[in-house]
Design a protein around this ligand. Structure first.
Ligand SMILES: Nc1nc2c(ncn2[C@@H]2O[C@H](COP(=O)(O)OP(=O)(O)OP(=O)(O)O)[C@@H](O)[C@H]2O)c(=O)[nH]1
Length: 178
């Protein structure tokens, strides 16, 4: 998968700068997803895991991953860098049904942040390989996420087995560029 991803990313990211933030509760699979992109190096600072672009990703794409706790924290932790965000990935654990109501609120908060107004948002329902995982349709029915005037998408994924990783990057890439 690495070679295909590399081709795709190099095709997309050759001129402008792009900055994706990956947000999601603890253990939802952010790190596993990033490792599939070849992003294993990270430094941990002020609650943010910043992944650099020295492996698979082209130099003009940066991905920052961190555990999201509140809108206030999102703006505060990212500080000025929030203005550089061009795409948002929200990662959830499809087996953690009790947390979906919190997810609903978090997503609402995220799309109300003015600095993120133009950033497309991709909701990734991770851990679809587990028997207790809720389907994307079931999750949609709880979170009722259908923002108007915004590019958004919801997809199933199993970061552990690579399923949906390519599609996720493809969607967010296209959405940021078009
Ligand atoms: N079955 C299954 N397990 C997964 C999947 N993705 C991640 N995991 C497992 O879930 C656990 C947490 O994954 P991480 O990638 O560390 O999650 P994280 O969101 O980075 O967690 P924090 O660092 O706490 O924010 C690990 O044991 C992973 O192996 C998946 O798609 N399927």
């Amino acid at each position: 998968m690495g070679a295909i991803l590399e081709l795709l990313l190099n095709k997309f990211f050759n001129s402008s700068r792009y900055h994706i933030i990956i947000i999601g509760p603890a253990s939802s699979g952010k790190r596993t997803f990033l490792s599939k992109l070849g992003l294993n190096d990270h430094n941990f600072n002020n609650g943010i895991i910043a992944y650099n672009t020295n492996t698979l990703l082209p130099a003009d794409l940066t991905i920052t991953s961190f555990v999201y706790t509140s809108t206030f924290q999102l703006s505060r932790v990212l500080e000025d860098r929030i203005n550089e965000v061009t795409g948002i990935i929200y990662m959830l654990d499809s087996t953690n049904v009790s947390r979906l109501k919190v997810t609903k609120l978090e997503l609402k908060n995220i799309i109300n942040i003015p600095a993120l107004e133009n950033s497309p948002i991709l909701v990734l329902c991770n851990k679809q390989d587990l028997p207790t995982a809720k389907s994307v349709r079931e999750i949609e029915m709880v979170i009722k996420f259908e923002p108007e005037n915004k590019k958004w998408n919801i997809q199933g994924m199993s970061a552990a087995s690579d399923d949906g990783v390519f599609e996720a990057i493809e969607w967010i890439s296209r959405a940021m560029i078009n």
